[in-house]
Structures are given as structure tokens and as C-alpha cells.
Design a protein around this ligand. Structure first.
Ligand SMILES: [Zn+2]
Length: 90
């Protein structure tokens, strides 16, 4: 099965789910994928582990239907993530 999504640069990307592909950056928060937890979260929820806990799991039905955070809500979340010390993100 394949999935197609649009990146922040309006480039359409089609992924083969059987390839095991994990992008370098989370498609939601745009931070670098850091470890196996992020890779596993991407394989199940198409985002990093932080976004999985923050957005995907609390909104599981909407998430599976394609909903993603956006606008001010997402920008505030990205600012919060970028203000964390790096040792908390690794
Ligand atoms: Zn993320």
C-alpha cells in the first residue's frame, strides 16, 4: 500500500509502506527523527514519538482519518519543542 502526502515545500511524496522508509524529519513538527522510538512511532503513526504522544494518541480517530495539527496550535507546539534543552530531545 502506498501513501501520498505533501511536504512543507508543497512537494508531493508517495511512500511505499512496505519499504520501511523513515524520513529524516517528522512530517508534523519538522524536528529531526532521533532514535528507534521515533522510527517506530513513524511506522505506526507517520510522526515522531513526541507528536505521537501529543497529537496522535489523544486524537486517534481523527488522526487515522487524516487530521493533523496546524496553525497557531502547531506553531506553539514547535516553539515549545525548540525551547527544550537538547538532552531532553535525545
Ligand atoms: Zn514530530
Amino acid at each position: 500500500m502506498t501513501k501520498t502526502f505533501k511536504t512543507r515545500f508543497d512537494v508531493c511524496v508517495t511512500l511505499d509502506e512496505c519499504s520501511g522508509y523513515v524520513p529524516l524529519d517528522c512530517p508534523v513538527c519538522e524536528l529531526t527523527m532521533r532514535d528507534a522510538n521515533d522510527a517506530n512511532a513513524y511506522r505506526t503513526h507517520m510522526c515522531c514519538a513526541e507528536c505521537k504522544m501529543m497529537w496522535a494518541e489523544p486524537n486517534s480517530e481523527a488522526w487515522q482519518a487524516g487530521w493533523r495539527p496546524e496553525g497557531e496550535q502547531l506553531n506553539n507546539y514547535k516553539i515549545k519543542l525548540r525551547q527544550q534543552p537538547t538532552y531532553l530531545l535525545i
